[in-house]
Structures are given as structure tokens and as C-alpha cells.
Design a protein around this ligand. Structure first.
Ligand code: S3P
Length: 165
């Protein structure tokens, strides 16, 4: 089986929300690798990161993506860092992959950190900027389609994907 579409992109791109809307519109099932990992381990992603480290999380994530790509034929949303591993990127060849692009200021707004306290927020913005700069070429390398999400509602983004696919 092959997913009908795989959604990739950074935190705050709206992958989970848009996946739900596409699933409803097409009448197909939706899977999300973060949710799969939490279901299989019985632990929250943030606890896995803190207690077991990012490398362990990435191992679980690579296994979750491999399983979902092999088994699922609906909409699949990947965690923001899932495509960092070459082995995971390889699994996506031949599959429609949409990169949900988001700019820095929308990403900061959507991860819900507010706009005040520049001393704290400045660091968060810098971190998000570094992640976007580092990962954008990786998302582009796996994407068959790119959809901008800035100033678009999740419904508008889902409608655009349905036009494209
Ligand atoms: C991560 C993104 C998260 C989750 C984990 C790591 C990342 O998923 O997998 O916290 O490295 O960007 P979302 O993109 O769904 O928030």
C-alpha cells in the first residue's frame, strides 16, 4: 500500500489539522506518526525527548514512518523532524509528498508562544529560524508539491492540496 499523500513540514505548518481535513474530504483514514509513537509507547513525545533523548525518539520515529508508509493508504502526517534521516527520506520515493511551507513569523505565532517577552521569545524565534533554515532544503528534496500556508486557513490549504492531487 502507498499513502495517498504524505504531509511534511516544520512544527506550526498545520500538518495534523490539514491531514484531518483531507481525510474528511476524501473519506480516507488519517495517520500521524507522532500519535502512532505515543500510542505504541504509551508515553508523550515530550517525555520521550526528556527521559530517553532525541536519538531514541528518532529511532522510534523512523520505525513508525516505515510501518505507516508500508501499511497505510490514506493521509499520513509526519513529525517535523521525521525526514532528517536519509533512510526515512528513501521510503518516500514514489509517494506524493506535500511540503507545507510556513514563514518564521507565522511559525512563531502558530506554536503559540505569544508576542510579548522579547528576551524569552527572541531565543525561541532564533531557534525556529535555525530549524527552518536547516530543514527547508530537506523538505524541498522530498516534496513532490509545495504549498504555502502563510495567511491561509487550514481549509484553504487543504483545498489547494486537493486541487494539486
Ligand atoms: C519535531 C516535531 C514534532 C514532534 C517532535 C519533534 C521536530 O512534530 O515529532 O516534537 O523535530 O520538528 P510536529 O511537527 O507535528 O509538531
Amino acid at each position: 500500500m502507498t499513502p495517498r499523500v504524505v504531509l511534511v513540514g516544520p512544527m506550526g505548518a498545520g500538518k495534523t489539522t490539514v491531514a484531518g481535513l483531507l481525510g474528511e474530504a476524501w473519506g480516507v483514514a488519517v495517520r500521524d506518526t507522532d500519535a502512532d509513537i505515543e500510542a505504541t509507547t504509551g508515553r508523550e513525545i515530550s517525555d520521550i525527548f526528556v527521559e530517553s533523548g532525541e536519538d531514541h525518539f528518532r529511532d522510534l520515529e523512523a520505525a513508525a514512518v516505515a510501518e505507516a508508509v508500508a501499511e497505510h493508504d490514506g493521509v499520513l502526517a509526519l513529525g517535523g523532524g521525521a525526514v532528517l534521516r536519509a533512510e526515512t527520506r528513501d521510503l518516500l520515493s514514489g509517494v506524493p509528498v506535500v511540503f507545507l511551507r510556513v514563514g518564521l513569523s507565522d511559525a512563531v505565532k502558530r506554536v503559540g508562544l505569544g508576542t510579548g517577552r522579547p528576551l524569552l521569545l527572541g531565543n525561541v524565534r532564533a531557534r525556529i529560524k535555525a530549524l527552518l533554515d536547516e530543514r527547508t532544503p530537506v523538505y524541498e528534496s522530498v516534496a513532490t508539491h509545495v504549498v504555502d500556508t502563510d495567511d491561509r486557513t487550514p481549509d484553504e490549504v487543504a483545498a489547494r492540496i486537493r486541487e494539486l492531487l
